[in-house]
Ligand binder design. Structure first.
Ligand SMILES: Cc1cc2nc3c(=O)[nH]c(=O)nc-3n(C[C@H](O)[C@H](O)[C@H](O)COP(=O)(O)O)c2cc1C
Length: 180
């Protein structure tokens, strides 16, 4: 299976990076290949809702904004598995991830049908109300709408222990990657 990991933290070696690395090691252990994109390093402008991408109500796959999404559209449609990995910001996703997500508006959504999606989040809070449940629900809704198979999620609290020192969480990330 070909994956595309959308890495949404601006911190290249922070909690999310470490957790994602374990998940990808798990995937690689089963022979899966793919790409990881550091969204913070990509030039992605916000969707302006100009509808320049639509023809007969459907996305054409081409946005009028010339930026790094051109490459990301192609990587996205080629992948069988999309991995969203990000730190929770304000009970939500970081702006870097939202920019990418909004720009998927330009695609013919049938190009996304049948893909799989895994959600990996890190967050400081230790209670249920720290945002992970909200994001799971958001991504479930997105997947239902796009007919994508939401195959699972992992939330790692980093409040008392950075992900790099949380062997149990990293093991879980590896195991989940290996069981996709
Ligand atoms: C702008 C900002 C907003 C945040 N909002 C939340 C939040 O709503 N809930 C939470 O539990 N942690 C929140 N955090 C903490 C991060 O999610 C947490 O430290 C995460 O593990 C950082 O991951 P990273 O090292 O990959 O960047 C926030 C951090 C920042 C910088």
């Amino acid at each position: 299976m070909r994956y595309l990991a959308l890495f949404g933290s601006p911190r290249r070696t922070g909690n999310t990076a470490v957790a994602l690395s374990s998940f990808l090691d798990g995937l690689a252990s089963k022979g899966h290949e793919g790409e990881m994109v550091w969204l913070h390093g990509e030039k992605i402008a916000p969707c302006t809702s100009c509808n320049g991408c639509k023809k007969d109500g459907k996305g054409t796959g081409e946005c009028v904004i010339p930026d790094d999404m051109e490459k990301l559209y192609s990587l996205t449609t080629k992948a069988d598995l999309l991995i969203f990995a990000f730190p929770i910001y304000w009970w939500s996703m970081p702006a870097q991830v939202k920019l990418y997500l909004d720009r998927l508006y330009a695609l013919d959504y049938s190009a996304l049908q049948g893909k799989k999606l895994f959600l990996l989040m890190t967050y400081e809070g230790e209670d249920h109300n720290s945002g992970a449940e909200l994001l799971k629900s958001t991504f479930r809704c997105i997947c239902e709408y796009l007919e994508i198979d939401f195959i699972g999620s992992l939330g790692i609290s980093t409040g008392s222990l950075p992900a790099s020192e949380n062997a149990e969480a990293l093991e879980e990330a590896f195991t989940l990657g290996a069981s996709v």
